[in-house]
Design a protein around this ligand. Structure first.
Ligand code: HEM
Ligand SMILES: [Cu+2]
Length: 575
């Protein structure tokens, strides 16, 4: 690497006294932008969660309970999935990527800080656009998060909710594209001297592959959305077979993005889990290179399997897409071996991030296996559009991505705030979530096998369906309750005001360079301290010399680290 730019000590601007709000609204600092992404995505998680509880309440008993009009139900599951996928899971990882990647590679900030701020602000804009559908005649989008034509044809959905959904998603797409470019340039061009590609932490690697997927796949979705918009509003006929169009074309375009998008949602979680397991096993990650290559392989193969979502259309080459889908299990299996071998004979401790990481391993495994069933066309013909698919989606997205998100919150909270989250409450949070999750989603396998279709607002009085649905709804409420300890933990800690530096907390055992820099972004008690946080993370560009136990010249560390971590040797070793 030839990045040699150093920052003259005097260039740090004299801190102006600004209110924290103004500071955040105008910031281009990757850490603050990262924090805003996190807050925004948890807000969307909350909205999506409320809609989920509405869905589950409705399905608690045959015939439906609260929603009288099926259109309202359709809007619920459409906006639930939309909030969860596009405004929670994808942005939450962009948030951590923003915060963590520059720190992990020793970059001063993201490559294009202002574009970075724009990427963030496009998200609330997209959210408001889509959800303003609730204010227009006919309500918001309601044809499912896939918005397939002909369901979305003007003849069936003439209100503007669908159009607002399309425009909102295009805004989100612009946000993701700009974000991906920013990550790529930052990672390729701004690594500290000595931070070769093969020394990059695994989380950064996963963000890199995610960014490549985004950049290659997203234009196809954008094209499909624009075509759909033209069909609906300007008399286009791309997808209308009645006038020479092709409805299946939309599905091809949609899934050409949306299958890779499932890796956009899960790869960062893979990266995070690979940071957490070594720390709480006291061992380095087993097979770093194999892990990175498997990530790349998943990314590449991810482009050849989109049509497994379309088996039942009868319009795709079944053996090819079934085979390619089964191939993806191979690099995914490699990762599982990496993780298990990392745990093997380690000195395991079970703090909250580790519990969520182990929850991830077990639940994502189930999601991988029930996905393999769906990948076999003869089986898929039977379970397509049943609750089996809903079980599968949630096993991978909730049991996988969301468990990863929770692990990341407990793991990196001290990095962001300088404080630990309450581990006892964290454990309570984990166990309630784990039990609620399995109650909510496991019965859906049985419902699916028993033929209960997804996307229905009510069902006939079938005793077995009724029982399974009751259990599932109970589980959903337990998940809802489990969120409380998570909310209580930060405030409880803030009140106790216990400030611990990363050198005394588990993350410091990470081989990870980012923990060499303390930047407690303390809040809420000391909101005004924001102004005092320097604009850039590193006082000088650090030098990195090995993969694990990275050696960093102490003179380059901020004084807060130097004073809190006694240095016995001229070089500080982090392992
Ligand atoms: C509180 C936890 C959750 C519960 C109880 C829940 C419940 C449900 C239910 C019952 C459906 C099926 C609706 C239907 O087909 O009629 C559904 C659909 C869906 N959910 Fe969730 N969900 C939860 C969390 C999540 C999360 C965290 C994600 C993603 C990160 C997610 C993504 C989806 C998707 C993509 C669909 C498919 C919607 C469609 O068929 O168009 N859900 N959810
Ligand atoms: Cu797929």
């Amino acid at each position: 690497m030839t990045t040699t730019a150093t920052r003259p000590a005097h260039s740090s601007p004299a801190p102006k006294r600004r209110s924290a709000i103004v500071d955040y609204l105008t910031t281009t600092d990757h850490k603050k932008i990262g924090v805003m992404y996190l807050f925004f995505s948890f807000f969307a998680f909350f909205v999506g969660g409320l809609l989920a509880l509405g869905i589950r309440t409705q399905l608690a008993a045959p015939g439906g309970t609260i929603i009288k009009d099926p259109d309202t139900y359709n809007q619920f599951f459409t906006m639930h999935a939309t909030a969860m996928l596009f405004f929670f899971i994808i942005p939450v990882w962009a948030g951590w990527g923003n915060y963590i990647v520059p720190l992990q590679i020793g970059a001063l900030d993201m490559a294009f800080p202002r574009i970075n701020a724009l990427s963030f602000w496009l998200l609330p804009a997209g959210f408001i656009t889509m959800f303003s559908g609730y204010l227009v005649k006919g309500g918001p989008a309601q044809a499912g998060w896939t918005e397939y034509p002909p369901l979305t044809d003007q003849r069936f959905l003439s209100g503007h909710g669908t159009d607002l959904w399309i425009v909102g998603l295009i805004l989100v797409g612009v946000s993701s594209t700009l974000g991906a470019i920013n990550f790529l340039v930052t990672i390729f061009k701004m690594r500290a001297p000595g931070m070769t590609m093969w020394r990059m932490p695994v989380f950064t690697w996963n963000i890199l592959v995610t960014a490549i997927l985004t950049l290659l796949a997203l234009p196809v979705l954008t094209a499909a959305l624009i075509m759909l918009f033209i069909d609906r509003n300007y008399g286009g006929s791309f997808f209308d077979p009645g006038v020479g169009g092709n409805a299946i074309l939309y599905q091809n375009l949609f899934w050409f993005y949306s299958h890779p998008a499932v890796y956009i949602m899960i790869l960062p979680a893979f990266g995070l889990i690979s940071e957490v397991l070594p720390v709480f096993s006291r061992k380095p990650l087993f097979g770093y290179k194999a892990f990175v290559l498997a990530t790349a392989a998943i990314g590449a193969l991810g482009f050849s399997v989109w049509a497994h979502h379309m088996f039942a259309t009868g319009q795709v080459l079944l053996p090819f897409f079934a085979l390619m889908t089964s191939f993806i299990a191979v690099p995914t299996g490699v990762k599982f071996f990496n993780w298990i071998a990392t745990l093997w004979q380690g000195k395991l401790t079970f703090e909250t991030p580790m519990l969520f990481a182990l929850g991830f391993l077990t639940m994502f495994l189930i999601g991988g296996i029930n996905g393999m069933f769906a990948a076999q066309p003869p089986i898929d013909y039977a379970i397509h559009d049943t609750y089996w698919i809903v079980a599968h989606i949630h096993d991978v997205l909730f049991g996988g991505s969301v468990f990863g998100v929770f692990a990341s919150i407990y793991y990196w909270y001290p990095k962001v705030t300088g404080r630990m989250m309450d581990d006892k409450l964290g454990k309570v949070h984990f166990w309630i979530t784990f039990v609620g999750f399995n109650l909510a989603f496991f019965p859906m396998h049985m419902l699916g096998l028993d033929g209960m279709p997804r996307r229905i607002a009510s069902y006939a009085a079938n005793p077995q369906w009724a029982t399974m649905n009751k259990i599932s709804t109970l589980g959903a409420y337990i998940i809802g309750i489990s969120i409380f300890p998570l909310n209580v933990a930060p405030s409880a800690m803030a009140m106790r005001g216990e400030l611990r530096f990363p050198s005394t907390v588990p993350p410091a055992r990470s081989s990870n360079f980012s923990f060499a820099v303390t930047l407690p972004m303390t809040w809420p008690s000391t909101m005004t301290d924001f102004a005092r946080i320097s604009a850039w993370s590193f006082a000088l560009v650090p030098t990195v010399s090995t993969l694990s136990g990275r050696l960093i010249r102490p003179s380059t560390l901020p004084s807060s680290v130097r004073s809190s971590a006694p240095l016995s040797s001229p070089l500080m070793e982090i392992d």
